[in-house]
Write a protein that binds this ligand. Sequence first.
Ligand code: ADP
Ligand code: MG
Length: 302
Amino acid sequence: MGERVLIALGGNAMTAPDGSASPDDQRRAVERAMTHVATLIGAGHQVVLTHGNGPQVGNLLLKNQIAAEVVPPVPLDWCGAQTQATIGVLILNALGHPAAVVVTRTLVDLGDPAFADPVKPIGRYFSEAEARRFERLGQTWRAFPGRGFRRVVASPEPLEIIDASAALALMDAGYTVVVAGGGGVPVARLADGSLTGVEAVVDKDAAAAVLASAVRASVLVVATDVPAAVLGYGTELARPIGRVTVAELRAMQADGHFARGSMGPKVEAALRFAEGGGRAVITSLEHIGAALAGEIGTAVGW
Ligand code: ADP
Ligand code: MG
């Protein structure tokens, strides 16, 4: 029996193994990723895709920064929307099944504490002089000793995937959908009820957990570049984590096994979805079929 599966694609699905992100690198990486996705669709599963956009947004920001004296820099939410479209069209070209890309907004709260303390670094390192120039345009930059200055933005909690209902309608019509790329374009509700874009980045794994519930997926697959989350990662005692209970995985998380900017958000997303009654698995892209069959990966809620 086919399942409704949400696959959250990490950076390695969109850039070459060495991280390079020329247009050809990105196209080839997406093509490789889509062979695995097409296998699942061919097996009768209904697939919803979401994806990261770090390198792509980084490149757009750099273009904006270099051209700032000539063309006014566009806001971060515009950059997010642009990457949803460009990555989305690569997916459409590569997939070979009827598919649609939903330009997706994610609701955040302007009262989220993340706005008072922006910590998510985006884009490249710049000199102090350049950082000061962009601070005068209202941005927040932070010094990273030994490496330079990098822009930091808020990473607020995703409250709702606003356009999930459009995705559901397309799924009912038989389309594989690409939704909430880059965590979705962050928007906030103003006092008059209208929505406005905000300068923030929603974590794509956090958004995937919310999206998985919104589209009523039975399984959330967090597809990254390691076959499983690991206990004691990077130590001699490293040991992959297989099937675990929510309580066991929460205990490992509390013991500090999952790095903050990488495996941490994936484990948190898996936990949240499992706590809501779903099944979640963290594995590498080439193992998503075996992971769905319960044979590999860090699986919680099964
Ligand atoms: P993606 O780009 O696919 O979203 P990230 O690169 O952010 O994923 O996170 C995956 C990386 O997390 C792995 O390649 C690994 O280097 C790192 N990592 C940190 N802690 C762990 C852990 N406990 N188990 C496995 N990988 C970990
Ligand atoms: Mg990565």
